[in-house]
Design a protein around this ligand. Structure first.
Ligand code: ARG
Length: 493
């Protein structure tokens, strides 16, 4: 039976299985186990460079660590007898390299800076994967939008027909939201990719360590400078989870629309069977379950954020064990968000939009009434509020199923006779036309086909920039890992 080397000195007495499990972070530590080996290697290389350990010790520790890196960390390291994977790996190392060698790995550091470093290494990679998933969703949205710049549909406010728009315009709205989500994660990355290593328990260490060297070996862009903050803070994780929460809120809204659009009374979209379920009793049913689960996943990501936030709010400086309970929230939030976004891209790409049905609805509910009011202003000199009231009253008199208005309904008395001013039924029908109304709305970001085409060109350029940045950062961290391992291999050769 392996012992937890950390507990050997100070503590006596057996612990129950429940107790060990309660205290151990092993389950969540599987997420950071690989990162822990990298952190160990970087730390050992630094101890060598700073002549804190001699070359013979360095070589032996590194050989043992490289075995773990190459053949994987054995299951014994994850036993809940160890408080965490850091203790598990150190215990294994001491066993394989002997106490005189293995016992020299943990000099000048603490699990407090170690775990914070591991979390950041894993998280930065996850952030980039999440950014890549967002790039894919945005690509899909832009591709669909490009095909539908003239596919008219009703636009809604309060879920009531409001003004006509196009499918392109509607989807571009989501692309823009997801692009802000991307920017937020990109920004969070700058604060995640900083090294806490060397902070030790919180007060750094008396050994002549080089924090800069381990930071550069591990591909960090800099240090979390104050060593007390370095071990105490998890705000980089809170920030990430907040960003993911917002991203999932956007995702949830899109899912909600897909659910509404796929009902038999709206029927704007048919989702691919792969993303749907049926009923165990009602044989005719096709339910949009993927979108529904995604809508609920947004709640669980928010839950992860709330859980993490509540964990830190009452903690005094510096490290407190509570922080261990925060970490699983990070991985849960990341996981749910990542899977959701990947499935969302596929669900959108395979969805079939019924442009005929959208067109049917586009002009309903007097959706072009705003344009008529605006025409009364532009062509007949009425103040907007008067025009608004005149058209509103005409709609009140008319039936809601109507899409056009009778000229007579716009007559409100001899004072403002639009007929006398030259307003004809032909003119009314012309300005109430969906295409006419849309064509006028060509301000930047508007629904007119000319505007959405311009927007698609601009957004596509931005997407390329974002995609390049993600790839570049992914390549950077892969390269820094490779360099670190080459470094270690050279040292033992
Ligand atoms: N498993 C711990 C965590 O996740 C690692 C740090 C333990 N530090 C300590 N002082 N007990 O936070």
């Amino acid at each position: 039976m392996r012992t937890d080397v950390v507990r050997l000195g100070r503590l006596a007495g057996e612990r129950s299985g429940d107790m060990m499990q309660f205290l151990s972070s092993m389950e969540a530590d599987r997420q950071i186990a690989d990162a822990d080996i990298l952190v160990d290697i970087a730390h050992v290389l630094m101890l060598d460079k700073q002549k804190i350990n001699d070359r013979r010790v360095t070589r032996q520790i590194l050989s043992a660590l490289l075995v773990l890196y190459e053949s994987g960390i054995p299951d014994e390291a994850f036993d809940t007898r160890f408080e965490d994977v850091h203790a598990g790996i150190e215990s294994l190392l001491i066993e394989s390299a002997g106490p005189d060698i293995g016992g020299r790995m943990h000099m000048g550091r603490s699990r407090n800076d170690e775990v914070a470093t591991c979390i950041r290494i894993k998280l930065r990679e996850e952030l980039l994967k999440q950014m890549a998933a967002l790039v894919t969703v945005r690509q899909v949205l832009l591709a669909i939008a490009a095909k539908h710049t003239t596919s008219v549909m009703p636009g809604f406010t309060h879920l009531q027909h409001a003004q006509p728009t196009t499918l392109a315009h509607h989807l571009l709205a989501y692309e823009q939201a997801f692009s802000r989500d991307f920017d937020r994660l990109k920004d969070a990355y700058c604060r995640v990719n900083l090294s806490p290593l060397g902070a030790a328990a919180f007060a750094s260490t008396g050994y002549p360590i080089s924090r800069e060297y381990t930071a550069s070996l591990l591909g960090f862009d800099g240090l979390v400078e104050n060593t007390m903050d370095a071990v105490a803070t998890r705000d980089f994780a809170l920030e990430t989870l907040a960003d993911l929460t917002i991203m999932m809120a956007n995702t949830s809204r899109l899912c909600e629309e897909l659910i509404i659009w796929s009902t038999s009374f709206v029927k704007f979209v048919t989702l691919d069977d792969a993303f749907c379920s049926t009923s165990s009793i009602m044989p005719q049913k096709k339910n949009p379950d993927t979108a529904e689960i995604m809508r609920a996943k947004s709640a669980s990501v928010f839950g992860a954020f709330a859980g993490a936030l509540m964990t830190v709010k009452g903690l005094p400086m510096s490290y407190n064990r509570d922080l261990q309970e925060l970490t699983p929230n990070i991985w849960r939030g990341i996981h749910d968000a990542k899977v959701s976004l990947r499935l969302l891209a596929d669900m959108l790409a395979s969805a079939e939009f019924d442009t005929g049905r959208m067109k049917e609805e586009a002009g309903k509910g007097f959706s072009t009434a705003t344009e008529l009011a605006d025409t009364l202003v532009r062509s007949y000199g009425l103040p907007f509020r008067t025009a608004h009231n005149i058209v509103g009253r005409a709609v009140m008199k008319g039936s809601l199923s109507l899409t056009t208005l009778e000229a007579a309904a716009l007559e409100v008395g001899p004072k403002i006779s639009l007929k006398k001013k030259g307003l004809t039924q032909k003119k009314i029908d012309e300005v109430l036309d969906v295409g006419y109304s849309l064509g006028l709305r060509k301000a930047p970001g508007g629904p007119a086909p000319s505007a959405t085409k311009r927007a698609i060109t601009g957004r596509t350029k931005q997407l390329e920039t974002d995609s390049d940045l993600t790839d570049k950062r992914l390549a950077q961290i892969a390269k820094s890992r490779e360099k670190l391992i080459t470094n270690a291999r050279r040292m033992v050769a």
